[in-house]
Design a protein. Structure first.
Ligand code: MLT
Length: 202
């Protein structure tokens, strides 16, 4: 298996791919995943890039300015990991739940590897590529939760990401919440409901 340090917790569908923010690790979002989708399978890798000792999923040149060559390479590597993990653990195409840096690489996964993810909840994501590839995301459900007081992600940037994913055919639900960059109770409530609606029988 591609060498990502990770945790896998077996469970039912939808399987969640948990992608942490800068400075997090594979354990960070497990409580969130368990709360958002009780009993769901959880796959939680640790980003391989270290920024002053803090794990991330790809390099950045400054806050909000990405090393896009590295981002492309890391996105493809993570896609390989997800594909191998699906075979190894017998899980369906996972729904990504990404926060901040993890949401950004989840957006990059959607754009570079359409069909890899069953959907994505992107919490405080921004446009990952200056010139995004054209992707066919027909029917892929995407939840985008942005914060109107987010000092890292300008409102216009998250709106542009929502527009791009929609233009690619994704079924986008975008909420702009009256919050900053951090995770809030509103994120939990909205993400939980959105996931529930993806598999209403649970
Ligand atoms: C990023 O680098 O992905 C964004 O600036 C968000 C962050 O990790 O702080």
């Amino acid at each position: 298996m591609s060498d990502f340090i990770h945790v896998f917790e077996p469970g039912h569908a939808p399987a969640l791919l948990l992608l942490h923010g800068t400075g997090g690790d594979e354990h960070d979002l497990l409580p969130l995943g368990r709360r958002l989708a009780p009993g769901a399978a959880l796959l939680s890798p640790r980003g391989k890039v270290l920024e002053q000792g803090m794990p991330r999923f790809f390099r950045r040149l400054a806050e909000g300015v990405f090393d896009e060559d590295d981002l492309r390479r890391r996105t493809d590597e993570l896609a390989g990991f997800v594909t191998e993990a699906r075979g190894r653990y017998g899980i369906p195409a996972p729904v990504a739940v990404g926060f901040s840096n993890g949401a950004n690489i989840a957006a990059a996964l959607l754009l570079r590897h359409p069909g890899l993810l069953g959907g994505a909840a992107l919490i405080r994501a921004m446009m990952p590529f200056a010139e995004p590839p054209v992707a066919d995301l027909s029917g892929t459900p995407v939840l985008l939760l942005s914060g109107s007081q987010d000092p890292i992600v300008p409102a216009a940037n998250s709106a542009a990401l929502a527009g791009l994913l929609q233009a690619d055919g994704a079924a986008v639900t975008h909420h702009e919440l009256p919050v900053g960059h951090g995770l809030s109770g509103m994120d939990m409530a909205l993400a939980g409901k959105w996931l529930q609606a993806l598999s209403p029988n649970r």
